[in-house]
Each structure stands twice: as C-alpha cells, then as structure tokens.
Design a protein around this ligand. Structure first.
Ligand SMILES: CC(C)(COP(=O)(O)OP(=O)(O)OC[C@H]1O[C@@H](n2cnc3c(N)ncnc32)[C@H](O)[C@@H]1OP(=O)(O)O)[C@@H](O)C(=O)NCCC(=O)NCCS
Length: 162
C-alpha cells in the first residue's frame, strides 16, 4: 500500500513556476556534466515554464508530505519527462510516479511505451531497468530549446505494458 504522505495528482496552472524550477534543478543535477557543454545554457526556467504550460493536461505531480517533490508527463506513446527533487530521490516516490504514468499510457491504448535517457545518466538508467524497462538502443533525440532543436545522444528504453 502506498505511503499516505505520497499523493499523485494533476498539475495546476498556478504552480507552473514552481514545477519549472523543480524540473530545471533536477535536469541540471542529472545532465550538466554528461551532455555537450552548450546544452545546459539552453535549458532556461522560462522555456521550461512555456513548455509546461503547453503540456499541462498531461503533467502529473507527486506530493511528499504536502509539497511537490516531482513531476512526470507522457506524450503519445512516450514517457516524456520524469524529474524528482534531490531530497525525494531514493524515497520510492519515483516508482509510484512512473507506475501512474504507465497506467495512463496503457489506458490510452499504448502497448509498448518508450523513453529517452541521456547517455551517461546511469542513475536514471538503473532506475528504469529496475522498473522493468529495457534498453533497446542508442539514438539521437531532437530536444526543444529557445534556439531550435538540439540533437542529444540518448539511450532508448521500451516497456511492454500489460
Ligand atoms: C531518475 C529518478 C527519477 C529516479 O528516481 P530515484 O528515486 O533516484 O530512483 P531510485 O533511488 O529508486 O533508484 C535509483 C537506482 O540507481 C542507483 N544509483 C544511484 N546512483 C547511481 C549511479 N551514479 N550509477 C548507477 N546507479 C546509481 C541507486 O542505488 C538505485 O538502485 P538500487 O535501488 O538498485 O540501489 C531521479 O533520480 C531523478 O529525478 N533524477 C534526476 C532527473 C533525471 O535524471 N530524470 C530522468 C531523465 S530520463
């Protein structure tokens, strides 16, 4: 049974700024040292706010003891983003947020979901593998930045949803 202090819910318009900051900090933690040097400078809080506003209906938030501790979004058949605050990592809430996303993908008719994980993001890779995702290859993903798209080498993971 899930910890009653953990609540997973839809994101709200009034918290876009807070969630963009959480996404930004978490992205920088995981990627600043493993991606090409120009990419972290292109990841601004303002751009993440715009992107969150555009995808708000697909964004879910995990609250830990009443505070937003992570966010997750799906896009078509993709687990599009999953980011936890530093203090929430290792607590088990990531698995709960991922399970929530897998349920939404499956309910939307997706049989095989996929996600992109930056090459070298070993903690995330380990997490996905322990949650039943399989690395199927390495490819380039076109990331959205204020200067247009940026090709990033990623591990592609897939999972068959039952
Ligand atoms: C990815 C993320 C959501 C996973 O959540 P989490 O709470 O950290 O996951 P867990 O602690 O349950 O699992 C992480 C696993 O990686 C292991 N790990 C930690 N650091 C590691 C490293 N440097 N290399 C390899 N494995 C590592 C942990 O020991 C754990 O494995 P174990 O349970 O077998 O011991 C979270 O770490 C996060 O938000 N990271 C920053 C943003 C990010 O990378 N998002 C994903 C983008 S694709």
């Amino acid at each position: 049974m899930r910890d009653p202090a953990v609540e997973i819910r839809d994101a709200e318009e009034g918290e876009i700024g807070l969630l963009a900051r959480l996404w930004y900090d978490s992205w920088q933690d995981a990627h600043a040292t493993i991606v090409p040097v120009e990419l972290p400078k292109l990841r601004t809080v303002e751009r993440l706010e715009e992107r969150l506003a555009a995808m708000l209906p697909s964004v879910r938030v995990v609250n830990l003891s009443g505070e937003p501790a992570g966010l997750c979004a799906i896009k078509d058949d993709e687990l599009y983003l999953l980011y936890l605050s530093a203090k929430a990592r290792g607590s088990g809430v990531a698995a709960a947020l991922l399970a929530d996303a897998e349920t939404r993908l499956s309910q939307g008719g997706v049989a095989v979901a996929w996600l992109a994980c930056a090459v070298g993001n070993d903690r995330a890779a380990r997490f996905y593998e322990k949650c039943g995702w399989h690395r199927v290859g390495t490819e380039f993903k076109q990331l959205d930045t204020p200067n247009g798209t940026f090709p990033l080498e990623v591990w592609r993971y897939e999972k068959r949803l039952s």
